[in-house]
Design a protein around this ligand. Structure first.
Ligand code: UDP
Ligand code: MG
Length: 351
């Protein structure tokens, strides 16, 4: 099982032993904390790796943090990072990845929809040389046909627009080698579509099919509208096609307008003046005003994103850590900075 028995060793990395971090983002998961630990800890005991659990509290308003701290008292492998407010799962994951110290890092949900038993298989694949091992959802029960249809459509459109093929059914349940973690940590964008980033960073990847369990307690917060926003975020984060398409559309419309203009001139010369045309004029004006507004809207989407990126706010803020030295809030931005408010961004000094 370990590398001494013929497992792949690359770049001088020793795969025997090592540290495994399990990152769990949590928002109001008080009913799942104990159940999760009950199932996860024995599994970690069974691995021939050191293990740590990194619970990222994403601004929970229930007893999640208190429960975590209670468990921590008799479980030193449980470490806690409390964000200063709710930042959303994507950012909670980024925080977890910044704090995780493992040679390999597993991401999983707190609601036990991701069977911890699969971690063993993930580790085996990792040991055989894969930098990224992701769970692939096998069945889609409990998901309405509309959501499934929209999901399929999104994956297809995303593939065409970004030339990045996302494995359908792959989510955040995955194991990453340290090198993949560092690569993700280096992606400092605020508009994070982590699922796209996983594919974008490359490395050797492999999928492992699994069945998603039902959420044990609490409810999932994904409405169709949030999914729509998420899809727009994903596409604008990875593709410039929506911006470019307006140039092509503009060229096509201009060509058409020119030929139509020529046709009208010719017709007037040959057959005399032709005054009626109110209907076609109004139609053309309203239609193209609409098209222009859409174009402006798309530019606005991107401009808004540029705006959030240039503000360079820290991706997340940490209120409290248990088991870690707090990292600087801007750690993802400027590697190497160690105090709370790094003095300067290179090249931005005013004096
Ligand atoms: N989560 C989080 N911040 C949020 C929403 C969710 O950290 O703002 C966590 C949540 O506690 C859970 C995981 O992300 O561990 C997945 O959330 P959920 O089950 O709501 O999403 P779904 O399974 O429907 O994708
Ligand atoms: Mg869930």
């Amino acid at each position: 099982m370990v590398s001494a028995e013929g497992g792949v060793e690359r770049g001088g990395r020793t795969r025997a032993g090592g540290l495994l971090s399990v990152v769990v983002p949590m928002r109001n998961e008080q009913r799942n904390v104990a159940l999760l630990l009950e199932r996860l800890l024995p599994l970690l005991d069974g691995l021939d790796l050191e293990a740590e659990i990194v619970c990222v509290d994403d601004g929970s308003t229930d007893e999640t943090v208190r429960l975590l701290k209670e468990h921590r008292q008799h479980e030193p492998r449980l470490n806690i990072v409390c964000l200063s407010r709710n930042f959303g799962k994507e950012v909670a994951l980024a925080a977890g990845l910044a704090y995780a110290r493992g040679d390999a890092v597993v991401l999983m949900d707190a609601d036990l929809q991701h069977p911890p038993e699969l971690i063993k298989t993930f580790v085996d694949h990792w040991r055989s040389g894969y930098e990224m091992v992701y769970g692939v959802r096998r069945k889609w029960e409990g998901t309405s046909w509309l959501r499934r249809f929209l999901g399929d459509a999104f994956y297809r459109i995303f593939g065409v627009m970004t030339q990045t093929q996302l494995p359908r059914g792959a989510g955040d349940f995955r194991l990453m080698d340290r090198r993949a973690v560092e690569a993700l940590n280096a992606c400092t964008e605020r508009g994070r579509y982590t699922n796209g980033l996983y594919a974008w960073i490359g490395f050797r990847q492999v999928g492992v099919p699994f069945d998603v369990d039902r959420r044990l307690y609490g409810k999932s917060g994904w409405s169709l509208f949030t999914l729509w926003r998420f899809a727009i975020d994903a596409i604008t984060a990875f593709s410039m096609m929506p911006l470019r398409v307006w140039s092509y559309l503009g060229v096509a419309v201009s060509l058409f307008a020119m030929s139509y203009g020529g046709f009208i001139v010719l017709r007037t010369i040959l057959f005399g003046r032709d005054v009626p045309g109110y209907a076609s004029l109004i139609t053309a004006i309203t239609f193209f005003s609409g098209v222009q507004l859409i174009g402006l809207g798309v530019i606005g989407e991107y401009l808004g994103r540029v705006f959030t990126e240039v503000k360079r706010r820290p991706l997340f803020l940490v209120a409290e850590t248990v088991g870690f030295e707090p990292l600087a809030p801007a750690v993802l931005d400027r590697p190497g900075s160690s105090d709370l408010f790094p003095a300067e961004i290179p090249g931005s000094r005013s004096s």
